[in-house]
Design a protein around this ligand. Structure first.
Ligand code: HSE
Length: 448
C-alpha cells in the first residue's frame, strides 16, 4: 500500500500569526502527528506577499512563492490551507483550489459565514473536503464535538462566548469598574483587539461563528445574513454593576436555539450582551478565553472551554483538520464526515425567526422621576402585556457617581416572554412622562 505511507503535501496561503503557528506546531510535533495520521504531513509551499518574512519563519526547507495560484496549480499539493482571511480574494482562491481538486483547510469564519453555502456545494461536487475547525472558537474542538461527538443528539441550543476581545473588555469593565472606552483601549494595548476592532465589539465576528455552529447543529445552510447582531459598544458600567447586585454577569453570547412551540417554529440565531446567572460556569469565563455550552436532548448540557484565538491554539485546530484529511485521503467521498454534520440530501431549510418571535427574559433599567405611582405605572404596562416580573431593584440614579436626588434607577428582571411583546411594552413605558431617559434593555438567559 504505497499510498498509505506517501506524505500528504500541503500548501499554505498566508503566513501570518496562525500560519506561522501552524508551521511551527507541525514541525515540532511531526513525529506524534505522523503516528496519528498514519503518514507524514508536510507544508511544502508557502504563498505570501512578504516572501522575506515568510523565509524567516520557515527557513530553507520550504518553497516560498508570491502567487497563491502557484500553490493551487501544483499537482504535488493535496491540501490548500487558506489563512489569508476576509472574504474577497480568499473566496476566489478557495473556489479555485476546490476546482483544482484540492482539499481545503481554513480558519476563515467570515468567508464561511458569508459564502459557506457556495463553497460547500462546490466541494461536494468535486468530492473534496473543506475543513474549518479553526474558524470557530480557535483551539476548542467545537466543530468536531458538534459534528461527531454529539451526533446521537437532537441539539436543542448552543450558547457561546466566542469572541475573546469582547470577553476581555467585559471582564475588565466588571472587575475594575471601567467604562467601555477605557477597557477597549486596554484590550488594544495588550494586542487583543484589532486596530479597527469593529467586527469584534459590534458582534459580527461572534455572529460569523454562531452562524456556522447553528448550521451544523440543526442541519441547515449557513444563515449569517439572518442573524441578529448586537455588540457591546453601548453597554454601560452601571448595568454591569446592577446585574452583579442581582446575581448576574453580562456576557456577549452567540445563541442559537431550535424552536417548535405554539409561538413559532424555526431557529433563533442571535448575538447580543446577555445576563447570565453568576453561578453558571460560563458566567465565570474571564479574560480573552472562549467557552461554548451545547445542550443536546440525550447528553444534557456540555461545556467546552479554551483559547479562542492565537497562533498555536488556532494551529492546533488547523492541524487537526489536516490529520482528518490525511486519514481520509484515499476514502471514497461518500465516506467523508458530512461538512455540516448532516448528509447533504438531509438538510432542512429551517428559517431563522425574526427577533419579535424570540423567547427570552429581560433586564430593564428605567431612569424615572422619584415620585409616588411611578412603579405602579411601569408594572401595570408589563402586566397588560402578560410579562411577569422576576425581580425589582430601585437605586438612586448615579449612585456610582454624583447623586441626583429627583431621579432614580428602576431595574426590572422579567421572566421569559416574546420579544415582540416586550417591544410593545417598552414603547408604552418609554412615553410615560415619568420615564426620563431611553430605557436600557439587555436580554437575559438562564442557560439551565
Ligand atoms: N477577534 C477574535 C476574538 C479572534 O477576539 O476572539 C479570532 O476569531
Amino acid at each position: 500500500m504505497v499510498d498509505s505511507i506517501r506524505p500528504i503535501h500541503a500548501g499554505l496561503l498566508g503566513i501570518g500569526t496562525v500560519g506561522a503557528g501552524t508551521f511551527n506546531v507541525l514541525t515540532r510535533n511531526q513525529e506524534e502527528i505522523q503516528r496519528r495520521a498514519g503518514r507524514p504531513i508536510r507544508i511544502v509551499t508557502v504563498a505570501d506577499l512578504d516572501q522575506a518574512r515568510a523565509r524567516q519563519i520557515v527557513g530553507d526547507s520550504v518553497r516560498i512563492v508570491g502567487d497563491a495560484r502557484m500553490v493551487i496549480a501544483d499537482p504535488d499539493i493535496d491540501i490548500v490551507i487558506e489563512l489569508i482571511g476576509g472574504h474577497g480574494i480568499a473566496r476566489q482562491l478557495v473556489l479555485e483550489a476546490i476546482a483544482a481538486g484540492k482539499h481545503v483547510v481554513t480558519a476563515n469564519k467570515a468567508l464561511l459565514a458569508v459564502h459557506g453555502t457556495e463553497i460547500f456545494a462546490a466541494a461536494r461536487a468535486k468530492g473534496v473536503v473543506v475543513a474549518f475547525e479553526g474558524a470557530v472558537a480557535g483551539g476548542i474542538p467545537i466543530i468536531k464535538a458538534l459534528r461527531e461527538g454529539l451526533t446521537a443528539n437532537r441539539i436543542e441550543w448552543i450558547a457561546g462566548i466566542i469572541n475573546g476581545t469582547t470577553n476581555f473588555i467585559l471582564s475588565e469593565m466588571r472587575a475594575k469598574g471601567l467604562d467601555f472606552a477605557t477597557a477597549l483601549k486596554q484590550a488594544q494595548r495588550l494586542g487583543y483587539a484589532e486596530a479597527d476592532p469593529t467586527f469584534d465589539i459590534e458582534g459580527v465576528d461572534a455572529a460569523h461563528k454562531a452562524s456556522i455552529m447553528s448550521a451544523i447543529a440543526f442541519g441547515t445552510p449557513v444563515q449569517f445574513a439572518q442573524a441578529h447582531v448586537e455588540g457591546i459598544s453601548q453597554l454601560q458600567a452601571a448595568d454591569i454593576g446592577y446585574a452583579e447586585q442581582l446575581g448576574y454577569r453580562i456576557k456577549l453570547l452567540g445563541i442559537t436555539k431550535r424552536r417548535n412551540d405554539l409561538a413559532a417554529a424555526g431557529i433563533e440565531l442571535r448575538v447580543h450582551p446577555t445576563l447570565v446567572p453568576a453561578q453558571r460556569l460560563i458566567a465565570n469565563v474571564e479574560g480573552a478565553m472562549n467557552a461554548v455550552v451545547v445542550h443536546g436532548d440525550a447528553v444534557g448540557s456540555t461545556l467546552y472551554y479554551g483559547k479562542g484565538a492565537g497562533a498555536e491554539p488556532t494551529a492546533s485546530a488547523v492541524i487537526a483538520d489536516l490529520v482528518d484529511i490525511a486519514r481520509l485521503h484515499s476514502a471514497d467521498p461518500g465516506h467523508h464526515v458530512p461538512t455540516l454534520a448532516f448528509q447533504p440530501g438531509a438538510m432542512h431549510n429551517t428559517p431563522i425567526l425574526p427577533m419579535a418571535q424570540v423567547i427570552t427574559s429581560f433586564y430593564l433599567r428605567l431612569q424615572v422621576a422619584d415620585q409616588a405611582g411611578v412603579l405602579a405605572g411601569i408594572t401595570r404596562i408589563l402586566a397588560d402585556h402578560r410579562i411577569s416580573i422576576d425581580a425589582l431593584l430601585q437605586r438612586p440614579h448615579g449612585e456610582q457617581g454624583t447623586q441626583g436626588a429627583a431621579r432614580t434607577d428602576v431595574i426590572v428582571l422579567t421572566y421569559d416572554t416574546l420579544e415582540g411583546k416586550m417591544n410593545q411594552a417598552m414603547a408604552q413605558m418609554q412615553v410615560l412622562p415619568t420615564v426620563l431617559a431611553p430605557i436600557v434593555r439587555i436580554r437575559k438567559e438562564d442557560l439551565s
